[in-house]
Ligand binder design. Sequence first.
Ligand SMILES: [Fe+2]
Ligand SMILES: [Fe+2]
Length: 182
Amino acid sequence: MQATNELILEHQDIELMLEILKTVSTRLLDGGAVPPEHIEGILDFLTVFVDKCHHGKEEKYLFRAMEAAGVDHITGHIGVLIYEHEQGRIHIARIKKGLAGTSGVPDMAEVQAAAADYVELMVQHITTENTDVFPVADRMLDAGAVAKLCENFEKLEREMIGAEKHEEFHALLDTLQDLYLK
Ligand SMILES: [Fe+2]
Ligand SMILES: [Fe+2]
């Protein structure tokens, strides 16, 4: 289905950034240098692309459409997925707090631990969505509901990110992938 395919493609971008985050946070813990603009770029991606945009599409539109079509909040995994989005926000806040540190001294052990917790959470979260949740949406949502979802996704993306910023995020992914994963 077009709407879930869009989310699955976004999962691929998110998984790539999770790999980058893992490498960068380990490098920081080992005392290695990482340019501040790379750290800012990663956090901006996780806050805007992942949380505001991708999780926004799921929480505001997909999960609601699934419930309207009869999928149960608890047995259909929706309650736990929303809880995991909240846990993800807490881990990102921990990373930011660790970077800010106390009296200007960053706590890299906390940054690395929070990043590892975030990656672990998100990897299993994405697997659950791809294998257990989206196939149910594909079966349950009719053509009218899917068309409405696509329309709402496009609107949210335009309002939250905009075409230019979207391009910037993909350019950032390419740059960081070349620098940290090759
Ligand atoms: Fe999600
Ligand atoms: Fe997702």
